[in-house]
Design a protein around this ligand. Structure first.
Ligand code: 13P
Length: 246
């Protein structure tokens, strides 16, 4: 069975004070011991988070660069994450794909660099409303994944986050059927394009307006193995989402 996985993506939110408070709340809460929990604060607060967050909880970057240390102003390397005990990174979040114009190739190249350096990758994929309405959802998501397949052999440290763009920060969560349908399609793609074992073992988590109210039903779907939580990860209710699978 796949271990349930809940990530908190703080995006560009928080301060020294509020991030410490959120982490203390998560530390002190009773949490499902069978759920893997990873929080992703802004880069500036990664070390602070690592210092305060209690094991076995892990810290993720929201992004990493695909080149080794050198003259790349404003970027952070895989080695620097490792040096700081940061064991995961998000990659390919739609806000980076859309606002920062990262394309499939660049995201795949960063995925390879992170995995080669031993950093786990929460790989985000998802369609726009327009793409969904024209029936392209599965094509869009599997194209994003195909770019990774070109560069990566070992999928054991990849968690796939399906995040429909129309559900992010909108309060418009995908229905359990909509989410399950795409998760199943991703697993089918893995089975056909990578291997049966990778399809069986890879966690596919859902993101987009996940809350303490809707997480229970979503968590019961056979192909939903956890969540990537934005807004609600900044609130005490994040703990209820961590415990949704209990
Ligand atoms: P919200 O939970 O705020 O909709 O954000 C989802 C997300 O983008 C997580 O990466």
């Amino acid at each position: 069975p796949r271990q349930f996985f809940v990530g908190g993506n703080f995006k560009m939110n928080g301060s020294v004070d509020t991030i410490k408070k959120i982490i203390n709340h998560i530390n002190d809460a009773e949490k499902d011991p069978n759920t893997e929990v990873v929080i992703a604060p802004p880069a500036l607060y990664l070390l602070l988070a690592r210092e305060h967050l209690k094991a076995p909880l892990e810290v993720a970057a929201q992004n990493v660069f695909d080149k080794p240390n050198g003259a790349f102003t404003g970027e952070i390397s895989v080695d620097q994450l490792k040096d700081s005990n940061i064991t995961w990174t998000l990659l390919g979040h739609s806000e980076r794909r859309v606002v920062l114009q990262e394309d499939d190739q660049f995201v795949a190249s960063k995925t390879k660099a992170a995995l080669d350096g031993g950093i786990g990758v929460i790989f985000c994929c998802g369609e726009t409303l327009e793409q969904r309405e024209s029936g392209e959802t599965v094509k869009v998501v599997t194209t994003q994944l195909a770019a990774v397949k070109e560069k990566v052999q070992d999928w054991s440290k990849i968690v796939i986050a399906y995040e429909p763009i129309w559900a992010i920060g909108t309060g418009k969560v995908a229905s359990t059927e909509q989410a399950q349908e795409v998760h199943a399609a991703i697993r089918e793609w893995l089975k056909k394009e990578v291997s049966e074992k990778v399809a069986e073992e890879t966690r596919i988590i859902y993101g987009g307006s996940v809350s303490e109210k809707n997480c229970k039903d979503l968590s019961k779907q056979p192909d939903i193995d956890g969540f990537l939580v934005g807004g609600a990860s900044l609130k005490p209710a994040f703990v209820d989402i961590i415990n949704s699978h209990l």
